[in-house]
Design a protein around this ligand. Sequence first.
Ligand code: ADP
Ligand code: MG
Length: 349
Amino acid sequence: VIACPCALGLATPAAIMVAVGKGAEKGVLFKNAEALETAHNVTMAVFDKTGTITKGKPIVTDVIGWNGAKEEAITRLAAAIEQGSAHPLAVAVKERAAGMELPTCTDFRTTVGGGIAARCENTNVRLGNLSFVQPVAMIPPNAIELGEKLASVGKTIVYLTIGRNLCGIFAIADTLKEETQEAMQKLHELNIRTVILTGDNKRAAAYIAQQAGVDEVVAELMPGHKAELIKSFQQGGEIVAMVGDGINDAPAMKAATIGIAMGSGTDVALETADAALTHNRLRGLVQMIQLARATHANIRQNIAIALGLKGIFLVTTLLGITGLWLAVLADTGATVLVTANALRLLRKG
Ligand code: ADP
Ligand code: MG
């Protein structure tokens, strides 16, 4: 009879509803309220490299024929085998061969985090990183050395092999997104540790990480290993947000406390994620955490307002100042105040 718990009941949903709307306006889509509530606790932000930290639009910068192979011939062959892949590196290789006539390949087999194999004109062809080509082909030490030299300036190196022989090396470069450095700096200001987990080689990854201003980088990882590492971070007490875009990021996003997909990411990534950043913007992560923290504080204020007004009503009742109108006023007043306070979230950022 005294008062319905309207204001108290509204304290959380009012803030969350306003914040979800505010997020959408900023390009942060929450799939569920839980994601919004967890995001305020995040202590570590883990990123996939390609397409997340970098533009994900790499271009071929060097083509080196091996064993007498001509640049044009290996470019055609590499583009032919990449017909079977939609990986950003495959797109770069295909662009390099734009307008060229390509040999036909069949029996495409992609290895996530490795490369692609196919049968082209009665030969077994592979294109991918060292650990992918080395089990089937002999890669001479001077080729590896050249690859490492190119990788030390941030390029991704893939090797083209026919049968057991190396016939070409491709260096592919991707550049940082314009906002990456700023986003990392802001995350550090929010006391969040930043980490890159990538399947790319160590040198290229270290170069990009250093340019981006990321705290830590772990390279040459298989997709499953990304998830394992995230679990070990969590065992160390970290609350992990994982931002990725690819099919290969889905297990890691699932393992993370909160999985976040880039809006332009693959369907699998978007499906697995708890939240998505539209416009593909990393700044969205900073805004998401700021919004989540503001929402968390707002909910606490709302609960305080609701309970506070109830308390005042209780005291006045005990003092003998009573009446139905007072009860109604206390409750309506609290509801109005809680709603007004939740709406203040609209002014954030
Ligand atoms: P990231 O974690 O940076 O997104 P991926 O796991 O997608 O990287 O790929 C890791 C590595 O596997 C690439 O750097 C490349 O060496 C190799 N690779 C994967 N797919 C392909 C492909 N289609 N063609 C050539 N190399 C590939
Ligand atoms: Mg990727």
